[in-house]
Every structure is written in C-alpha cells, then in structure tokens.
Design a protein around this ligand. Sequence first.
Ligand code: SAM
Length: 229
Amino acid sequence: MPLTDRQASAFLRYYEMLVETNRVMNLTAITEFEEVAVKHFADSSMLFSPKIREKLSALGIPEEPSVIDVGTGAGFPGLPLAILCPGAKVYLLDALRKRIDFLRDVVSTLDLSNVRMEHGRAEEGMKLRESFDLTVSRAVSDLSVLSEYCLPYTRVGGVFAAYKSADSDEELDRAGNAIRILGGEVGEVCDFTLPASGEPRRIILIRKVRETPGKYPRKAGKPAKSPLK
Ligand code: SAM
C-alpha cells in the first residue's frame, strides 16, 4: 500500500517509540525494524488493503469507519489503521493502564487527531455498546471469548474483524454457536500472506446481524473462565 510522507514518518516515529519504551515496559517481543514493519505494521494494516476494503465495502462498511480495537496492547492493529485512514475514528481499549499511557504519548507525538483511548476491560465498556462500524482485535483470546468481548461493541450492520492465524479453522468451528448467540454471522474468511516473510495470516469478518442480547458480555472474567459453547 502506498504511504504518504506523513504516514511513513508516523510509522518510523511509532517504531522508535515502541523500541525505546520496550526497554522499560513489556510491549513487544519483536524489536528488529524489518520484523516490526512486517509482523506488526503490515499485518495490522491488512484490513485496509484494497482487497479486504472491497469486501468491507460490499458488507456496507463506510470508507471512513468508526473502529474500536479491543485489547490493543501496544496499538495493534488499531494504530496502524488510524495512520492509514485519517478519516477513520479509532478507539483503542486495553486492560493495562501502562500500555494506554504509552499509546497516549505516541498519539500525541504523531499528532493523530482521529484516535481516542481508554484503559479498561472489554466487558466493562458498555456505554459504547452497539456503536462501531468495525470492531477489530488481534492476539487477545480464543474466538469464542473474543466474540463476547467484541460483538457487543459492533453496531447491527457492522463487522467484527478477528485477526487470526491461518490455521484457525477448528477455532472458528468451535466459536460458531457463540457467534450466533451474540448476534453475529461469519461473513468471509480472508487469507493472505505477509509481505517479505510470506507468513500466512487470516482475518475473519463476522457480520453483526442482530443486537447482542443484553446479558452479554457477562461480568468481567466470566467470558474467559466459561467461554460460550
Ligand atoms: N492486540 C495487540 C497485538 O496484537 O499486539 C496486543 C496483544 S496482547 C497479547 C493482549 C492484550 O489484550 C494485552 O495488552 C491485554 O492487556 C489485553 N486484554 C486481555 N484481556 C482483555 C480484556 N478483557 N479487556 C481489555 N483488554 C484485554
């Protein structure tokens, strides 16, 4: 994907801050420049690649969507998406305050006016219920648990995009009933390979077809302890 000078500088500065802060705070196991560029920046950006954008558009997602990243950690995938699409309104959520403090610093240094963030658990942010065009999440939990975190935030007609490994067929099968209970329906499984490394990756697009019943998500800790079956 072509980057403007401003976007390229933003990714470089983000990389520098990630590596600097990683010396004193556990943010990422990957620090070598090319690996970060591929496994964090490019992987995160894939949702807005022309091919997947086309699919999102066919599912009725606007060009400049509202996005929530649940369990964003050091900002993945939400922050690269915000850099790539300045018209998107991106909301970053994580249960670890230090990571949110780091992200606040990055967003202020990069002067990104389209990003908001909050420290909190996914199960507790329900003032934002049923409100986002897109809910994204990577490397947070199993798809059944993740659906209980993410589908409540997604508006009816929106999409929950789960970043998963390419060998997630069984995980997807196991999560089928939970997705249905929570008002979702699997739309499309997008397989791709990362540039340079050729590593296979997957984004599962789950359409929000019905409102999530009010009793979900269950109270903090419960979805992970007793995943919906
Ligand atoms: N999404 C990032 C990535 O792909 O690099 C971070 C992945 S990290 C392995 C998982 C993150 O999810 C952690 O930062 C953790 O604090 C957050 N997390 C786990 N459970 C959560 C919950 N219930 N609510 C909010 N954040 C949660």
